[in-house]
Design a protein around this ligand. Structure first.
Ligand code: TYD
Length: 207
């Protein structure tokens, strides 16, 4: 038996955590074992990397940033994701390699294909069965984020950066329509959840 690998992607404050929690509850009620995890920071090593890359003051060279995310990913996949899939679990993961392509590629400093190739190398080619892209105008995301206390280094980037991230995500999704479900994250959260469940349901039978 092989498990089911589902990732959630999108800009900051699009509601990934809420959606993952609800999907987790639904899957668990259906008798599936769910491993909820995230990048960066899904392992001890990853937490250290997360701290370096998100909360270090000042500039991190773009290639260094891409390598740090890829290092986190390599360790996380090898020690958490693959063992869970081998047990037949459902892995519900907040962010994966599409985040690297969208964010590290979005500065246009790094080539999207190179960033993707680096991550694919890091994980031995493992791609999710389903990637849910929660798509939201970054200005709406910023308004949602305003109540939160902490900003990390990427959240602090300007609107133009977040618009490039959104555009990059939509391009990635359009290039792989079989893997992606794009959901309008401005919809009521229950409607977003219904769409996600409808996409996950048929996959449960094959996993
Ligand atoms: P996180 O704290 O998980 O916040 P969110 O709730 O927005 O998901 O976000 C981590 C930040 O790291 C987020 O701004 C996106 C960024 N990131 C990258 O730039 N590249 C990556 O490969 C990953 C996984 C995250």
């Amino acid at each position: 038996m092989t498990g089911l690998f589902v990732t959630l992607e999108g800009g900051d404050a699009v509601g990934k955590t809420t959606q993952a929690e609800q999907l987790d509850g639904w899957l668990t009620a259906r008798g599936r074992t769910v491993v909820r995890t995230r990048e960066p920071g899904g392992t001890d090593l990853g937490l250290a990397i997360r701290d370096l890359v998100l909360h270090r003051d000042g500039h991190v060279a773009p290639r260094a940033e891409a390598l740090l995310y890829a290092a986190d990913r390599a360790h996380h996949v090898a020690t958490v994701v693959e063992p869970a899939l081998a047990r037949g679990d459902v892995v519900l993961q907040d962010r994966y390699l599409d985040s690297s392509v969208a964010y590290q590629g979005a500065g246009r400093v790094l080539d999207a294909e190179e960033v993707r190739g680096l991550s694919l190398w890091a994980v031995g080619g493992l791609l999710p069965r389903l990637t849910v892209l929660l798509d939201l105008d970054p200005r709406v995301g910023r308004a949602r984020r305003a109540g939160r206390e902490q900003y990390d280094r990427l959240e602090a980037e300007d609107d133009a950066f977040h618009q490039r991230v959104r555009d990059a995500y939509l391009r990635i999704a359009a290039a792989e329509p079989r893997r992606f479900l794009v959901v309008d994250a401005a919809l009521p959260p229950e409607d977003v959840q219904d769409r996600i469940r409808a996409a996950v349901e048929p996959l449960l039978e094959e996993s």
